[in-house]
Design a binder for this molecule. Structure first.
Ligand code: PRP
Length: 182
């Protein structure tokens, strides 16, 4: 897909992302030997990252997915999210790795960690490609982080604007004037 007029710049190239995903895979391979981890992707933004990352993990893994949506604005700031698609697997006693494309306020990740903790996993870790730590509204830190990114609207490699651009192989920033206020 060609560079679009509404993009400002390519923030992370395909090569930079591939290198980072490989190194995250090396770390996870070392940390999860003999643990048969369950990778839990948070739809939909996770799909590209998760598909690439799992192929860089050289120990057996299993996969599952969650789909969530935030409630209205007031509930969102309280951190309540609605689970649209629940897990298919039982996480009791499992080593769970939550996979996210991006952490921003941290509300989604924080909610999901608590949600999964209620199901008695052996451990929960979080692995995110992109992090905006200065945007946190709750104190949550990812265990494995690809890149700390600036406070820009990002698209590509799973991230969307109005459901577009998830299929870009790189991460681009959108021009401010391309973003419509909701
Ligand atoms: C994004 C991302 C996280 C969440 C992070 O999902 O995938 O789930 O927002 O934001 P937070 O840290 O402020 O909670 P989004 O709602 O855009 O859905 P998508 O994955 O389907 O694109």
């Amino acid at each position: 897909m060609e560079f679009q007029d509404e993009f400002e710049q390519i923030l992370l190239t395909e090569e930079e992302i591939n290198q980072k995903v490989k190194s995250l895979g090396v770390q996870l391979t070392e940390d999860y030997r003999d643990k048969n981890p369950l990778l839990v992707g948070v739809l939909r933004g996770c799909v590209t990252f998760m598909a690439d990352l799992m192929r860089e993990i050289e120990v057996p893994v299993e996969l599952d997915f969650l789909s969530v949506a935030s409630y209205g604005q007031s509930a969102f700031t309280s951190g309540v999210v609605r689970v649209l698609k629940d897990l298919s697997e039982d996480v009791d006693g499992r080593h769970v790795i939550l996979i996210e494309d991006i952490v921003d306020s941290g509300l989604t990740l924080n909610y999901l960690i608590n949600y999964l903790n209620g199901r008695n996993p052996a451990s929960i870790a979080t692995c995110v490609l992109l992090d905006k730590p200065y945007r946190r509204e709750v104190d949550v830190k990812a265990d494995y982080v690809g890149f700390e990114v600036p406070d820009k609207f990002l698209v590509g490699y799973g991230l969307d604007y109005a459901q577009k651009y998830r299929n870009l192989p790189y991460v681009a920033t959108l021009k401010d004037n391309a973003i419509e206020e909701e």
